[in-house]
Design a protein around this ligand. Structure first.
Ligand code: 5CA
Length: 438
């Protein structure tokens, strides 16, 4: 994208309403704008990040055999009356009436809808297991929306739902999902630690939250540093083998990790002092096993091996995709701006033309840009170099390709690495090779 033609509005002023770094930076770097309390428009730069995160999440869901579908945002109250949650959900649910005076709602989550959909189709235990997910907007009328998209009212969530024929299979599915989550967060460049959690209004008795350590997090967290040392992408787990999944699950859960709500001081005291990590965390994912709560509650059964009705065992698994944009920034920024992990960065690099109009600079920049116009941002604006440097640091592109008249004459680009500040003097090919290295 050529910046002169793009819609990439940055702000010099620090917005007064933003209390935390990620919110300030998302407004200043032109990622989002608020359109109503807790509701945001995603500007082009923000949308690119959101889509990149969504894609990593999608690939890891597909890798464990989950299948994507897309359910609507608007739901009928009738479904929620069947599960008994229509009244129980309370004022967080946005209730709407259509012109026929039917009670509708903007979905805060989709357990009822997916259970009904699967129940309409699946008749026999032989058709199980099934894991389905979508990435869709949700609405929760939070009492105190705050910190921008961190706690919004409208937010983007990946929610998966699993149906198994037995408890053992359901637990294996839960463990598979835990592995997919650890891989997802690692690919997103953040450390998200799974912690035993309360199940809240979703219900059930096995649940983990995934938290990213950040001083502005809403929960206190305590965990064993052993959990930071794992490389989940290299971990060999046979996802079709229950024993292999169990070994993996035990390996994760044997190390202490809990939020303040579930903290156990006696267990914490057993963790060697040099491995105790204590701080605040942002919840970016939450997985639940809740058995037959919804299938039984909504009377949705299939025929079992013995011919008798069987209520499928369920779990649900959420990732806060829009919240992750903010959480990644909380975990990765400095005084000058955002520092995007390469996997989610809106662009691989920004090309800074320090002297538009200089023939050799323009030619060299065009050569760089022509290599991958969709993956590169080209700052071709008629602005001072200082403005370009500041905007590049603020927006946080992993690399800056700096082109000035002197270097251009020799065919040289100065490459700056945003995260480390390292600089390299390179030819066009060398610079592109570094920026596009796998
Ligand atoms: N049905 C289950 C799992 S699919 C569910 O709704 N779980 S949840 O309530 O824990 O939400 C899943 C994730 O959505 C959370 O871990 C969090 O990252 C994100 N989330 C929840 N509420 C908000 C909000 N108000 N703003 C932004 N993200 C949110």
């Amino acid at each position: 994208m050529r910046m002169s033609r793009g819609f990439l509005p940055t702000l010099k002023e620090v917005p007064a309403e933003a209390q935390i770094a990620s919110h300030r930076l998302m407004l200043r770097a032109g990622l989002i704008r608020q359109t109503a309390a807790g509701i945001y428009a995603w500007l082009p730069m923000g949308l690119r990040v959101l889509r990149h995160i969504e894609q990593v999440v999608r690939e890891e869901q597909n890798a464990i055999g989950a299948q994507e579908l897309l359910m609507p945002t608007i739901q009928s109250s009738e479904l929620w009356r069947r599960s008994g949650r229509y009244d129980a959900y309370g004022p967080e649910m946005l209730r709407i009436r259509d012109r026929q005076d039917r009670e509708m709602l903007y979905g805060p989550t989709n357990e009822e809808m997916i259970t009904d959909l699967v129940g309409q189709t699946i008749k026999s235990y032989r058709e199980l297991p099934k894991t389905l997910y979508h990435v869709q907007w949700k609405f929760r009328d939070e009492l105190r929306p705050r910190f921008g998209v961190m706690r919004g009212r409208e937010f983007f969530m990946k929610d998966a739902y699993s149906f198994d024929a037995s408890y053992e299979d359901a637990v294996a599915t839960y463990r598979r999902m835990m592995l997919a989550y650890l891989r997802t967060f690692q690919r997103l460049g953040v450390q998200a630690v799974p912690m035993v959690a309360d199940t809240g209004p979703i219900g059930g008795n096995l649940s983990h939250e995934f938290l990213i350590l950040a001083p502005t997090g809403e929960s206190g967290v305590f965990y064993d540093a052993a959990l930071e040392e794992q490389d989940w992408l290299a971990e060999k787990v046979d996802i079709d083998d229950h024993a292999s999944l169990e070994t993996f699950f035990n390996q994760v859960t044997q190390s202490y990790a809990a939020t303040d709500e579930m903290h156990d001081q006696a267990e914490w005291d057993k963790v060697p002092e040099n491995r105790r990590r204590e701080g605040r965390g942002i919840e970016v994912g939450h997985i639940f096993y809740f058995g037959t709560k919804y299938t039984e509650g909504m009377d949705i059964s299939v025929s079992g091996a013995d011919g008798a009705p069987l209520y499928p065992e369920m779990g649900s698994y959420g990732i806060g995709v829009s919240r992750l944009v903010a959480a990644i920034i909380e975990a990765s920024h400095d005084d000058a701006g955002i520092i995007w992990p390469a996997s989610v960065a809106p662009y691989k690099a920004v090309i800074l033309n320090l002297k538009p109009g200089d023939e050799q600079s323009d030619a060299l920049c065009e050569k760089l840009y022509g290599h991958a116009p969709d993956a590169l941002l080209y700052d071709d604006r008629n602005d001072r170099p200082g403005v370009k440097f500041n905007d590049a640091d603020l927006m946080g592109h992993p690399w800056q390709m700096i082109v000035g008249p002197r270097g251009a004459k020799e065919g040289k680009v100065e490459l700056k690495h945003r995260a480390t500040g390292e600089r390299f003097d390179l030819s066009v090919d060398e610079a592109l090779a570094k920026v596009f290295a796998p």
